[in-house]
Design a protein. Structure first.
Length: 65
């Protein structure tokens, strides 16, 4: 069992760079992850399509004002 088995994590800005690395790490450690993104729907889609991302979901884009 991993440290985050049966835990849920919300990552804001999780589609690229450091945010994507955080998402991948939590998924690898057993967490169910929901992440938001604002400017890269393609990167968000690639992240959830990874084979290890079965416990990973993205939210709708965040509108910046």
């Amino acid at each position: 069992m991993t440290a985050f088995h049966n835990k849920s994590v919300l990552v804001l800005g999780g589609s690229r760079g450091i945010g994507a690395a955080i998402v991948r790490r939590f998924v690898a450690d057993g967490a169910s992850v929901v992440f938001s993104y604002s400017g890269s729907p393609q990167a968000a889609e690639r992240l959830v399509q990874r084979p290890a991302a079965r416990r990973c979901r993205r939210t709708a884009p965040i509108a910046m004002r």
